[in-house]
Design a protein around this ligand. Structure first.
Ligand SMILES: [Mn+2]
Length: 277
């Protein structure tokens, strides 16, 4: 029995099947965790979504920005549609309502019951403890699980402001910062001020900036658990700073990763055919 944490699928279903073969996945014994962005841009988002849903109790996922994007598309927010989207097969599927209803009940933060490990899609800002991250994730979860979730999505949830945290933040400003931090963040300053422009891996130039990868700050308040995350495909595989990156760029012709929590080993498959084709 083992728990595997798998990086961003983004519709790369065939690569997932290859990876599960490689790790000799046993559905009766093993647990699969997905670091979010299970859909969009790749060719088989519907298959990925059905697969993760059908795992039932032996699967867990956290919501990523592309998963939120799917919720927005379902809710009719045309504004957020992009040419590179591959969400139509899900929206047209006969089980679309069930899939979306299940998806909007997935968490933004997951904690392991046995290992000192947590999972989020993008990261946890340096000024938050693990406990605060968990509680704040629940504030966003309550919004998308509520009956009026489509209205909240349409009018309040998206946007990059405020980009600075304050314990006194209230209402939608508070919800938006929490969502952006957990689901979109790559770089921030030591107080968790978010910087959205750069998607690249840290370089010499960036390292002179006050904005650093969110996990690089010595005074981080969440060093007591191993944090697993996806989202940052240009970062590569990092197992340091008490963090573990899992998006190794399968969608872009890189690799799909499964990190085994029981052995601390990474298992990968190459995704040589650019999965988007
Ligand atoms: Mn993402």
């Amino acid at each position: 029995m083992a728990t595997y944490i798998i990086g961003d699928l983004q519709g790369c279903y065939d690569d997932l099947m290859n990876l599960l073969d490689k790790i000799k996945y046993d559905p009766a014994k093993d647990e699969l965790w997905f670091a979010g962005d299970i859909v969009n841009r790749g060719p088989k988002s519907l298959e990925c979504l059905r697969f993760v849903k059908n795992l039932g109790d032996s699967g867990k996922m956290v919501l990523g920005n592309h998963d939120f994007h799917l919720l927005a598309a379902y809710a009719g927010l045309d504004k957020y549609r992009a040419k590179t989207d591959t969400l139509q097969p899900i929206l047209k599927a006969k089980d679309a309502d069930d899939l979306i209803n299940w998806l909007r009940h997935q968490p933004l933060f997951v904690e392991h019951s046995k290992f000192p490990a947590v999972m989020v899609h993008a990261g946890i800002p340096p000024q938050w403890s693990i406990k605060q991250a968990k509680e704040r994730a629940q504030e966003v979860e309550a919004v998308i699980q509520a009956d009026d979730w489509k209205k909240s999505l349409k009018h309040h949830l998206f946007g990059s402001e405020p980009n600075e945290w304050d314990d006194k933040l209230k209402d939608w400003d508070r919800i938006r910062y929490i969502l952006n931090a957990l689901v979109r963040m790559r770089y921030c300053d030591k107080n968790g001020k978010l910087e959205f422009k750069s998607k690249m891996a840290p370089s010499g130039t960036i390292l002179k900036s006050k904005y650093q990868p969110w996990f690089c700050f010595e005074e981080r308040q969440n060093l007591d658990k191993q944090i697993f995350f996806g989202h940052w495909s240009t970062l590569g595989a990092i197992d340091a700073y008490e963090i573990h990156s899992t998006d190794t760029g399968c969608l872009w012709g890189g690799q799909l990763t499964a990190y085994c929590l029981d052995t601390n080993q990474r298992h990968t498959v190459n995704c040589p055919e650019n999965c988007r084709k």
